[in-house]
Design a protein around this ligand. Structure first.
Ligand code: FAD
Length: 464
């Protein structure tokens, strides 16, 4: 950014917030120049760590005055560059606004600050016999504010839905400083436009979220996990169809293809059961009683057409952690293998997963690309990671647009879209028009201008 302007903004922020909340030391700024997106970084000009809502309002008021970019940031676990200051400016970190203000068991509502870690909210709710179901695989590191801004999903979406299904209301600060509430502790709300729904998934481009009201549900008393090997990915996805057809609704239905199993085994330096399988399904079922859950397990074992001796049921918390650790480590395992990789999360109607994967694999083979495919078989969300491998870096970079287009084109042709849970952010903005019509993009841009007439909030994301 322009240095004179930056100096003015810095002086005014420091005068308003004090020097303990405003940072411009290059070592600190450098730490905020990346999120979990492979291979990109943008250094902020200024970092502010907000302690409360008034700090957020002050930052937005000052930046509005100077028409200076502000990029909200949660825990920085995003994988589409959403929290990176691609046009410079202030990174507004919400990491210290991390209180779980209240678990209101009577109304089954959690009131939290945006920086609260999702996994911590789940644990607090569980202490009161309640469940906050959305469970991004990053739940131990990501913040709930980032989950709302991305409408994050996770393995349990097949049964429980995504973050958006659990937001009763938000307190947000608008880009020019005023604070609004979009709901509260009520389960229903038909008062005017659904502003919660508009802010949900807006990726920090419309408003800064400062408080969140989350719906909780009773925690199931019994949970069991199964790991089932299959000869081919087609067999695994057929089994998903058979399970759902038998009127069972597992809490998770995750698949990992052979490549994912191999990399995780190498990364964790331990054997994964049935390492030669073409694919694994990781299934979780839950319910009110042992009998209900046992009944579901029995039906699943019957319909999947796999030798029952090969079905591993996690009996203890330790066994459960062991099989879930493998699933949750896939991204790290890929990064460990090759830090430069493309990570896509297309979604297709779930019955098309085998066709989608087959189509992708034959395209990747024709380009001599190494890929790892895994994801949420139950809801059609397929994670496609393509490794740079032996290609020269420059060649890999220049190949990216064509590679992305080929992947997106195949998902769209099957009635799917370009992202199921990770969002558009920075790295997919040039491809939005593949998935949305010009009219659809135009109405989104009008909403953006209505919230943020000065266009200061997270510029360069989604479509600008
Ligand atoms: C190993 C791994 C596994 C993952 N698994 C999943 C998964 O299963 N499902 C899934 O959906 N995602 C997953 N992700 C992606 C990521 O964790 C999610 O997108 C998460 O929601 C980001 O939260 P965050 O707090 O880290 O947000 P950040 O990365 O800090 O920010 C993400 C976006 O939210 C905006 N934002 C953050 N806080 C606020 C706020 N208070 N107000 C307004 N805007 C805000 C930012 O501007 C940015 O656009 C995974 C990531 C990793 C590294």
């Amino acid at each position: 950014m322009n240095t004179e302007l930056t100096k003015k903004v810095l002086n005014e922020l420091t005068a308003s917030l004090g020097s303990k909340k405003v940072f411009f030391d290059s070592d600190i700024l450098e730490k905020y120049s990346r999120d979990e997106t492979a291979d990109i970084s943008y250094i902020p000009d200024i970092l502010v760590r907000a302690h409360n809502r008034d700090d957020v309002s002050s930052v937005l008021n000052i930046c509005t005055k100077y028409k200076y970019p502000v990029v909200p940031r949660g825990a920085g676990s995003g994988v589409t560059g959403g929290a990176l200051p691609v046009q410079g400016g202030v990174v507004l970190s919400m990491e210290l606004m991390n209180r779980i203000i209240e678990i209101d068991a009577e109304n089954m509502v959690a009131v939290v600050e945006p920086g609260a870690i999702t996994g911590e909210i789940q644990k607090e709710a569980l202490h009161k016999g309640l469940m906050y179901p959305p469970d991004p695989a990053s739940l131990d590191i990501c913040s709930i504010g980032g989950n709302v801004a991305e409408n994050a999903g996770g393995p349990r979406a097949v049964k429980y839905g995504t973050t958006g299904n659990y937001i009763l209301g938000l307190e947000v600060v608008l880009p020019d400083g005023p604070v609004i509430n979009t709901g509260g502790k009520t389960v229903k709300n038909a008062t005017g436009y659904n502003l919660t729904g508009i802010i949900l998934g807006s990726e920090g481009t419309l408003a800064v979220i400062t408080k969140i009201y989350l719906k909780l549900i009773p925690a199931p008393a019994v949970t069991k996990d199964l790991l089932i090997p299959f000869e081919t990915i087609e067999d695994a996805i057929d089994a998903v169809y058979l399970i759902l057809k038998s009127r069972i609704m597992p809490a998770t239905l995750e698949f990992m293809e052979a490549g994912a199993i191999r990399l995780v085994s190498k990364f964790l330096n331990r054997d994964i059961p049935f390492p030669d399988a073409g694919a694994h399904l990781l299934i979780q079922v839950n319910g009110e009683t042992e009998d209900i859950v046992f009944n579901q397990l029995e039906i699943i074992s019957r319909v999947v057409n796999v030798d029952t001796e090969k079905i591993i049921a996690a009996e203890s918390e330790m066994q459960r952690d062991r099989i879930w650790r493998a699933r949750r480590s896939i991204r790290e395992a890929i990064h460990n293998e090759d830090p430069v990789f493309l990570a896509e999360d297309c979604v297709v109607p779930r019955s098309f997963i085998p066709e989608f994967i087959k189509d992708l694999k034959s395209y990747f083979a024709s380009e001599e690309l190494v890929s790892v495919i895994f994801g949420h078989a139950g809801d059609g969300n397929v994670h496609i990671d393509v490794l740079k491998g032996n290609r020269k870096y420059e060649e890999w970079k220049s190949f990216q647009p064509a590679l992305k287009r080929e992947i997106y084109r195949r998902a769209i042709a099957l009635g799917g879209t370009i992202t199921g849970e990770h969002g558009i952010g920075f790295i997919r903005r040039d491809y939005l028009s593949m998935a949305l019509s010009s009219e659809e993009i135009a109405i989104m841009k009008r909403i953006k201008r209505a919230f943020d007439p000065n266009m200061i909030l997270n510029p360069g994301k989604i479509f600008f």
